[in-house]
Design a binder for this molecule. Structure first.
Ligand code: ADP
Ligand code: MG
Length: 353
């Protein structure tokens, strides 16, 4: 499902490669922790999987596609099959919980009927059904991350990438989020999580891939975190204001999901005007769009047609590792199929490796 073949990544202007000869394969349905000190190359790996960047040498294949030969115009469609969540949540601050989750679907041109069904189901799955009308600032950090997870899942991706998803949360809330990710994985979604949180990794006893200075030093089927002595305390990445992060996310959504640009432009204009109003109304103002030149300057991919290769899905083996965390029956929520959490592979777009 995800394969790295001898992948080396050198960023321009750096002497040491960020990744050196990294080689691993993740099968469909696995839960894999990517661990290592800050700067060891975890986020670089996730960016390569999303095709936000390309290897200097070596090959990355995801969902049966060699990402080298994936045409640029097909990248947004490819990314619809991959959900991602981040340490800093990246919600649109002027939109409600419901609107934050619906935004992706509006951008991809989903029907109103589908949106009205899928958004509440995604919110129910993450335990936020009563909070659809709340604004992000009215939620706790854990709830904000749940919204981000609902947004990542609403398109029913086959893979969920999580980059330090508990990095801004207190330990108890982090456990809740960890349980949610385990449940999502139990429903069949492949999960790859980069983390510093040694306790979860030790508790879960799942597969662990460890990076040290860009080199893979461990790939263990039922691993713990390993030696934590030289891992510095996690410092959250600097966030340059909620509006900057949100605008950047909105543009990334566009690049990721592009379907109807007029919808996107209208939504962005609405978001920016709401933020300006909020800024004018409050001395505790959020930054305006003028402070996010990179977001405005980011290229927007042209729309592409929805297309699915015709080949039959590869067979799905049983989940190999037991879930150690408490489980909720996803089927009970009646949303497993809608969110791609059921075992049937009807929506599979390609071979699993
Ligand atoms: P991690 O997520 O494990 O903290 P990263 O993948 O972010 O590690 O970074 C790995 C290495 O690559 C670090 O040395 C970092 O400074 C460097 N790096 C990451 N992104 C860039 C970039 N865009 N340009 C130059 N160097 C980068
Ligand atoms: Mg990182």
């Amino acid at each position: 499902m995800i394969r790295f073949e001898n992948v080396t990544k050198r960023y321009r202007g750096t002497s040491r490669p960020a990744l050196s000869a990294v080689d691993f394969e993740v099968q469909r349905g696995e839960f894999v922790f990517l661990v290592g000190a800050s700067g060891s190359g975890k986020s670089s790996c996730l960016r390569l999987i999303l095709r936000e960047d390309v290897p200097t040498t070596g090959r990355v294949a995801v969902l049966g596609r060699d990402l080298r030969s994936l045409a640029n115009r097909k990248v947004p469609y490819f990314r619809r099959h991959i959900g991602s969540v981040f340490q800093d949540f990246r919600l649109l601050p002027s939109k409600t919980v419901y609107q934050n989750v619906a935004f992706t679907l509006q951008v991809t041109g989903s029907s109103r009927g589908f949106i009205q069904q899928a958004v509440p189901e995604a919110l129910a799955l993450v335990g936020l059904d009563g909070k659809q009308k709340r604004m992000p600032h009215e939620l706790s950090g854990g709830e904000q991350q749940r919204v981000a997870i609902a947004r990542a899942l609403v398109n029913r991706p086959q893979v969920l990438l999580a980059d330090e998803p508990t990095g801004n949360l207190d330990p108890a809330t982090s456990v809740d989020i960890m349980q949610l990710l385990a449940r999502i994985n139990a429903g069949g979604t492949t999960v790859l999580m980069a983390t510093h949180e040694a306790a979860f990794v030790d508790q879960m006893q799942r597969r662990v891939i460890e990076l040290r200075d860009g080199e893979m030093v461990r790939d263990e089927v039922h691993g713990g975190y390993g030696d934590t002595s030289n891992i510095p305390r996690l410092v959250p990445e600097e966030i340059r204001g909620a509006a900057a992060a949100a605008a950047l996310t909105a543009v990334q959504e566009v690049q990721r999901q592009t379907a109807d640009l007029s919808v996107v432009r209208a939504a962005l204009a609405e978001e920016l005007s709401a933020q300006r109003k909020a800024a004018a109304a409050s001395s505790d103002a959020v930054p305006t769009a003028s402070e996010t030149p990179e977001a405005q300057a980011a290229p927007i991919e042209p729309p592409i047609a929805d297309e699915r290769p015709a080949e039959a899905p590869a067979s799905v083996g049983p989940l190999t590792h037991p879930i150690l965390l408490p489980q909720v029956d996803v089927a009970e929520l009646g949303v497993a199929d809608r969110l791609g959490l059921s075992d049937d592979g009807a929506e599979e777009v390609g071979p699993t490796s």
